[in-house]
Design a binder for this molecule. Structure first.
Ligand code: BG6
Length: 508
């Protein structure tokens, strides 16, 4: 397939705070390489790395080169492309909390053509507020002479509703929302962006998209990876904070939003925001009834033997942090009244599997009465396979060949890999391109972030005071029994991933 031609983004200096960190070498630089190779950015893009580590331009260039040549990263570029970009990478050493480095940045930006700048905060969240204040103090966020100044903030954005509100207030005190780009990397995934197209470009999908025809929706982000060396971060975070108010809620918002009036960023963000604000806020008792949590014990996941969560470094032996969470939520709108949204995510599970499963209601099946309760028709399902094996599957019933009327479920399958080569992309290409051209559609707005935290706050509050600990589940399983009970008491079951297939997918 030929790609439509997209104009390269305007000249820009990507100022990366945290330039010697993991995010820069694993994602940002490979993404810029992919974009340079495919013409999404031109030679007018410069990278200015900022970090506390002593060194000069050559130090950062050599470090990145070493990483690119020795690791298996998702990038597809020629030696010439790297050499070109290499010469446009610069480094300044400095303390983010002190003024000196900001004077350096101002000097460096002054020397670049265009003077457009995107400040990427690839740093621990405790620096977010300080960096924004300093950038503003030094007039580095002021947009003059038609040049743009944009601020990119990675997750985690806050640790609860109060901290997210406080951070938004601090940032928006210094820079308008139109210049703030809050990243949720799930929005960079091709299949996530495809949700809107699947819905709004297909009458046969969207016309069935309501409580009239849909029984319930499941959103799963199961991971093979365990917590590994991230114990310090994870034990203070847990599965709920790490995945739900951000990634899973972005999927939920895409699935549940009303059609926007246009595909403008604000129109889309308004509709997504409305969904998140319509999530039912539970009382403490309801939060208990509608949630299940677990922590993995030792087991084999993805062919590797994994120690219990509480036995890994930097995790308290008596930790009450969950590595798995399942929630039953409601979106209180006319369209979704009465339709449960079951969400679950966990580490060290049977398979890597991020999917949205929409289960339609049973047909009245008057003609199939004689089939008896044992042979009820399987309801139609639409499965949006986000990763791995990106695709879309529609399960319908057909008559199996023969003289009697026997129905059987079959799946109509679309797999991206059969038509497109998306394997070598990092998933950040569309995010960075949109950042450079000033399209905020795929970035989170302050109100949506806060609405997401508001909906999970009752669970956080409940667990913070609860004497109960998460239920154990063996690594390599699909979660604790209490999560099965959560859905089974409604007469439903979790969708089983295609394990054999998915376990083969790389642990990433
Ligand atoms: C991150 C979480 O935001 O998302 C990780 O901090 C998680 O814990 C990751 O593993 C999942 O992202 P992906 O793209 O690998 O599904």
């Amino acid at each position: 397939m030929t790609e439509p031609t997209i104009a390269p983004a305007p000249p820009v200096t990507l100022v990366i705070f945290g330039a010697t960190g993991d995010l820069t070498r694993r994602l940002l630089v490979p993404t810029v390489l992919n974009m340079t190779q495919s013409g999404l950015v031109s030679d007018s893009l410069h990278i200015l790395g900022i970090g506390i580590e002593p060194g000069d331009d050559e130090m950062l260039r050599a470090k990145l080169e070493d990483f690119l040549t020795t690791s298996n990263i998702k990038a597809n570029y020629s030696a010439e492309t790297w050499q070109g970009l290499r010469s446009r990478i610069f480094y300044r050493q400095g303390d983010f909390t002190q003024d000196a480095i900001y004077a350096e940045i101002a000097g460096q930006l002054g020397a670049q053509a265009g003077r457009n700048a995107a400040y990427y905060l690839a740093v621990p969240p405790l620096f977010f507020g300080d960096i924004v204040d300093k950038l503003a103090d030094h007039d580095l966020l002021k947009e003059t002479d038609g040049a743009f100044r944009r601020l990119v903030i990675e997750k985690p954005f806050g640790t609860d509703l109060a901290s997210a509100r406080a951070l938004n207030a601090r940032i928006l005190n210094r820079v308008p929302e139109t210049q703030v780009y809050r990243v949720d990397h799930f929005l960079g995934k091709e299949t996530v962006q495809n949700i809107m197209t699947a819905r709004f470009a297909n009458m046969m999908i969207e016309s069935l998209w309501s409580n009239n025809f849909i029984d319930h929706i499941q959103i799963t982000a199961a991971e093979l990876v365990d917590v590994g060396t991230r114990g310090k971060f994870y034990d203070a975070t847990g599965a709920l904070r790490d995945m739900v108010p951000n990634h899973l809620f972005q999927l939920l918002a895409m699935v549940a939003m009303e059609p926007p009036n246009s595909f403008d960023a604000e129109a889309i963000r308004d509709e997504k925001g409305k969904v998140l604000k319509a999530l039912r806020i539970y009382s403490s008792e309801e939060a208990g009834q509608n949630s299940a949590r677990g922590a993995y014990t030792s087991g084999v996941s993805g062919g590797r033997t994994i120690p219990s969560y509480t036995d890994i470094p930097d995790v308290a032996r008596d930790s009450a942090t969950e590595t798995y969470v399942a929630l039953k939520l409601f979106v209180d709108t006319w369209r979704w009244a009465g339709v449960p949204f079951y969400l679950r995510t966990g580490k060290a599970m049977t398979a890597r599997d991020t999917e949205i499963v929409v289960t339609f209601r049973q047909v009245p099946f008057a003609q199939f009465k004689g089939m008896g309760p044992q042979r009820r028709l399987t309801p139609n399902r639409l499965i949006i396979q986000v990763q791995p094996d990106e695709g879309l599957h529609i399960e319908i019933s057909i008559k199996s060949p023969g003289l009697s009327v026997e129905t059987m479920p079959v799946s109509l399958d679309f797999n991206y890999a059969d038509f497109f080569d998306i394997g070598k992309l990092t998933g950040y290409e569309s995010l960075l391109y949109d950042l450079f051209v000033g399209d905020q559609t795929l970035f989170q707005r302050a109100d949506s972030i806060e609405a997401g935290w508001a909906a999970v706050q009752p669970f956080l509050d409940l667990w913070a005071t609860s004497a109960e600990r998460p239920d154990p589940y063996p690594a390599g399983s699909m979660g604790p029994q209490c999560a099965d009970a959560l859905i089974e008491r409604d007469g439903r079951k979790w969708h089983q991933p295609d394990v054999e297939h998915r376990v083969k997918a790389k642990v990433s």
